[in-house]
Ligand binder design. Structure first.
Ligand code: ZN
Length: 146
């Protein structure tokens, strides 16, 4: 019988557990509308906020935004968040990009890996269709607006 190394067991435990945490992501329509409004108001600055939510029956439900001090910035809003401890009901983040790319920057990816497990970026023209969502690894994640 092949014996698994300790580190293999450790990794499969972590990733296995993470995978099982939720199978679906649902976001309240009000939250999406708030994100669009704030992105438009903040332009050409970036805004950043934490996503508030909880996991119930394997569904991650996002139902609010948590604002942090200095939440708009000209040079990379996510940098503001690096120093912040996530509160217990913060599951990730959302921030805006001036320009038409909702792809994560290097700084964004570092942040995604470090904090939370679901992250959104909204780019111009700041509509529901210009929002992209990612997991901690920067892979695009699907969600349903309810
Ligand atoms: Zn960014």
């Amino acid at each position: 019988m092949k014996k698994k190394s300790k580190i293999d067991n450790f990794l499969s435990r972590i990733f296995g557990a993470n995978k099982k945490r939720f199978e679906q992501i649902q976001i309240d329509r009000e939250v999406i509308e708030e994100i669009i409004n704030i992105a438009r108001q903040s332009y050409p600055r970036e805004f950043v906020a934490l996503l508030q939510g909880k996991i119930i029956n394997h569904i991650l439900r996002i139902d609010g935004l948590i604002f942090v001090p200095g939440s708009t910035s000209q040079e990379g809003a996510v940098m503001q968040l690096f120093m912040m401890p996530l509160t217990s009901d913060a599951v990730g983040s959302v921030h805006s990009h001036p320009g038409y790319s909702a792809g994560p920057s290097q700084a964004d990816l570092q942040f995604f890996a470090k904090k939370g497990f679901f992250h959104m970026i909204i780019a111009e023209p700041y509509t529901e269709e210009s929002i992209r969502a990612y997991d901690s690894f920067g892979n695009q994640a699907d969600y349903t607006v309810i």
